[in-house]
Write a protein that binds this ligand. Structure first.
Ligand code: M6R
Length: 634
């Protein structure tokens, strides 16, 4: 019997896979081409190494390469396969060297099982010791190889069952002993017509095509083959035999699949005439903002309306506090949404990092509404914050861009962004779309409370103008590009803004550091005097936001403090916020708009500034070092 001592302290895992992309195929076509095509669409999830396994003449043939998917494509081209069954993987690791041995698919030491894995096996150390005692050997530093050998161990022990498959049963038995997270696609050398998948904590989606079934960690990898998908839930195992599949629990209870049709235009995932997805997505913002608003205003009521909240107006009137949770850029969006809801709906709002909230045990009361914000809908910290809130009995809502994502499915209700797929690792259109939804939510909640019809109507009119104003700003990209060229060699930047511009300062600093590796910090403009001013010099430019006439004088005096210390100033200012002659070295003027939407307009120039600086520095804008799009493990 396999005894696993879960109470033993776990060593730090050597190969902590942070976020990876997996694809599996079983059908009538050549698997390798389809798999590699799908993998290219998932490369944004990880790009350190990749690999492919196919079933050839009774053997599992594994090819792995360090580097981008194109390295794998070249290797597979040299040794083409005829197999119509296969799995593949693109990996991003946080610990341990990136080597071919550590890439996926991993193969069991008896050659019977191969698998691709997204997630972390936390108790790998205990399992590995047990397997070594049984004669299994290891050639990588990965927790995944441990799981692979554990399945092989159970497969070797398992008798052919009267019903069902020995292979699927051995996957079930192995994962019953696993602590951690996984999205898996597994092949067995004895089963040329079978693939098994399982999920716990990492996304896994089944694509149901014509005479073919696919598995993937993201619909992006499936949609060119089929729009019909089944989102697997935690604790579910899918067994695919030929072109049939069955979904069951770990205890082999059958589950009736729910087939969803995804509405995804495949060309949205293509670069088109743009050099990078980030630039394409910056230019897609007018449409993304239009989509966020489409059909969501009620003009005769001067309010917004959302179909999926699953809460009555009465429920919402009882909410006396809102807690917003997210990570990264989505957390910056939450800071803006806090500002908007407090200003327009007068409901107290707090913003928490999702990763902190889940461990903090913050006291909430029963009228607190918890909202999570996540582009991908799969960020593990945000998901865990959502689950913790639900466990404590709070009503939860999600703002997410990804239909059918885990966060969308697990929240009590929510709002889809409809911004279209965001491929660039640096979030742009998803961010401004979250700001738009935040403004609409503030309107909606405000109109359920004290906001007047006229104020509501003014806000609706103001928001509707935003897509065109964003278009206008993007038309000035050449000017922003020439500003960017002047600052390409700087190593430090400050981003400074007051009130609703503070989150935009944070976001501007994040964008710049993510893609150009320049150190940048965002601060409330007046806070600068309490420390960051020490950084100011000829070598550290400051990006100021001057968008509100009410606070303009204060921002101007902060700019003068920087100027007095020889700091260069780039300013993003509204047309109605004139500056003293010569104060700014460079300026980008954004059009006047409703105050609630200024954060959206002010974001565009800093996105473009970061983009052009990164391009000038020769950085890989869409796949910045050390980052991946979707962070699906802690
Ligand atoms: O998918 P999510 O919105 O939950 O992702 C959260 C962060 O990981 C994400 O915003 C990250 O900070 C981006 N790289 C920002 O550009």
């Amino acid at each position: 019997m396999l005894l696993l001592h879960y109470y033993l302290p776990q060593k730090l895992i050597k190969d902590n896979q942070k976020m990876c992309g997996i694809v599996g195929y079983l059908g009538k076509q050549n698997a390798a081409g389809i798999l590699l095509e799908g993998l290219k669409r998932l490369e944004y999830r990880g790009y350190d190494s990749s690999g492919l396994a196919v079933f050839e003449d009774g053997n599992l043939i594994v090819t792995r390469r360090v580097g981008r998917v194109k390295e794998l494509v070249a290797a597979v081209k040299k040794a083409p396969s005829q197999s119509s069954l296969g799995i593949c993987h693109t990996r991003w690791a946080t610990h341990g060297v990136v080597t071919e041995q550590n890439a996926h698919p991993q193969l069991s030491s008896d050659g019977k099982i191969t698998l691709v894995h997204n997630g972390v096996i936390e108790n790998y150390n205990t399992i590995q010791k047990f397997l070594i005692s049984k004669g299994y050997t290891f050639s990588s530093e990965t927790d995944t190889e441990v799981l692979c050998n554990l399945i092989a161990y159970h497969y070797a022990k398992e008798k052919e069952p009267k019903e069902g498959s020995r292979f699927a049963q051995s996957v079930r038995k192995a994962i019953l002993h696993v602590e951690g997270t996984y999205g898996l696609a597994v092949l067995c050398a004895d089963c040329p017509n079978e693939m098994v998948g399982a999920r716990h904590g990492s996304p896994l989606i089944l694509g149901v095509g014509r005479e073919e079934i696919l598995l993937a960690s993201d619909v992006a990898a499936l949609v060119s083959r089929t729009p019909e998908v089944v989102y697997l839930n935690d604790g579910e195992v899918v067994q695919i035999v030929g072109t049939d599949f069955t979904i069951s629990t770990l205890d082999s209870e059958d589950i009736k699949p729910i087939i969803n049709t995804v509405d995804w235009d495949i060309s949205e995932g293509e670069l088109g005439d743009f050099d990078h997805f980030m630039l394409k997505e910056i230019f897609e913002q007018p449409e993304a903002l239009e989509n966020a608003m489409r059909g969501r205003f009620s003009l005769d009521q001067s309010t917004a309306k959302f179909g999926g909240l699953n809460l009555t107006p009465q429920d919402l009137r009882q909410v006396d506090r809102i807690l917003l949770c997210a990570c990264g850029t989505a957390w910056h969006a939450c800071l803006t949404i806090e500002f908007l809801i407090e200003k327009y709906a007068r409901i107290p709002v707090e913003v928490e990092y999702a990763s902190e909230f889940r461990y903090r045990n913050a006291p909430l009361d029963k009228n607190t509404l918890v909202m999570v914000v996540s582009q991908s809908g799969e960020t593990i910290d945000t998901l865990a914050a959502l689950q913790e809130s639900k466990r404590k009995g709070y009503t939860t809502l999600a703002i997410t861009n990804t239909v059918g994502s885990t966060i969308a499915r697990e929240s009590d209700g929510g709002i889809y962004q409809h911004a279209g797929p965001e491929i660039g690792v640096a979030s742009t259109k998803a961010f401004t779309s979250q700001l738009m939804i935040g403004a609409m939510l503030a309107l909606f909640l405000g109109r359920l409370r004290d906001m007047s019809f006229n104020d509501g109507s003014e806000l609706v009119t103001g928001l509707k103008k935003i897509p065109d104003l964003v278009r206008e700003i993007t038309q000035h990209c050449a000017q922003i590009k020439s500003i960017a060229k002047k600052y390409t060699k700087k190593q430090d930047f400050l981003f400074l803004g007051r009130l609703s511009m503070f989150p935009i300062a944070l976001e501007g600093a994040l964008k710049l550091k993510e893609i150009s590796y320049i150190h940048a910090e965002g601060y409330p403009a007046a806070e600068m005097k309490h420390g960051p001013i020490a950084l100011v010099s000829e070598e550290c430019p400051s990006v100021f936001f001057a968008t509100e006439p009410d606070t303009l004088a204060k921002v101007v005096s902060n700019m003068q403090e920087v100027k007095a210390r020889k700091g260069q100033i780039i300013v993003v200012r509204s047309a109605n916020c004139p500056l003293p002659e010569g104060l700014a070295d460079d300026e980008v003027i954004i059009p006047e708009c409703h105050q609630a939407a200024t954060p959206i307009l002010a974001s565009i120039p800093v996105q473009l500034l970061s983009y052009y600086i990164a391009v000038e520095r020769g950085c890989d804008v869409d796949k910045p070092r050390n980052l991946a799009k979707s962070v699906t493990v802690e």
